[in-house]
Design a protein around this ligand. Structure first.
Ligand code: SF4
Length: 177
């Protein structure tokens, strides 16, 4: 496997100027908590137990912790979207789509050897096929939060800003290596 600097450079080059901030952090410094999954269980987004990339369908937190910690490093990256105001829901969706396209591109390029965790549930289909077989199993990305990782905590560990000011929205993804 290539060394840390080579991989970091490869990720940075692939992302180009579309990334807002990025950092490499040891996976041993990532905290996992079942409390994060309580937000999923509250089903605020309506995807709990209805999507192949969401809890509890993706399996227990410990399984993801083991998978993530099997890699020494996580390359964490963010994108920032500008909103007209704090009620600009369409702007938030646009920014999330933009972030998800970037994460999908990284998954396409590196995902065979380097798992990618993204932002939010899978939106590749208008309605998820679950419990029938996933339509695009090679393209799905599980979210950072669904793995039991608190994104605010992750931002502190990586010294990356979680909040980038009024009328902005920031999304997080990470690639393991
Ligand atoms: S690709 Fe479609 S079927 Fe598969 S997890 Fe995503 S939304 Fe569900």
């Amino acid at each position: 496997m290539a060394d840390r600097e080579t991989m970091e450079e490869a990720f940075k080059q692939a992302l180009g100027n579309r990334v807002f901030e990025c950092a490499v952090i040891p996976t041993s410094d990532i905290n996992f908590s079942v409390d994060v999954l309580k937000a999923c269980e509250a089903n605020v987004c309506g995807k709990y137990n209805t999507c192949w990339t969401c809890p509890p369908v993706i399996g227990p937190m410990e399984q993801h912790k083991k998978k993530i910690r099997a890699f020494p490093w996580a390359f964490v990256f963010t994108t920032k979207g500008d909103l007209e105001d704090s009620f600009d829901y369409e702007g938030m969706i646009r920014a999330k789509d933009c972030h998800n396209r970037l994460s999908a591109e990284m998954h396409e390029r590196f995902g065979k050897t380097n798992p990618v965790y993204g932002a939010g549930s899978c939106t590749l289909c208008e309605s998820c096929a679950w419990p029938n077989p996933c339509r695009f199993p090679g393209k799905t990305i599980i979210s950072v939060e669904a793995a039991g990782i608190n994104v605010t905590d992750l931002s502190r560990t990586g010294n990356i800003k979680y909040n980038n000011g009024a009328n902005t929205v920031t999304y997080f993804s990470m690639i393991l290596f």
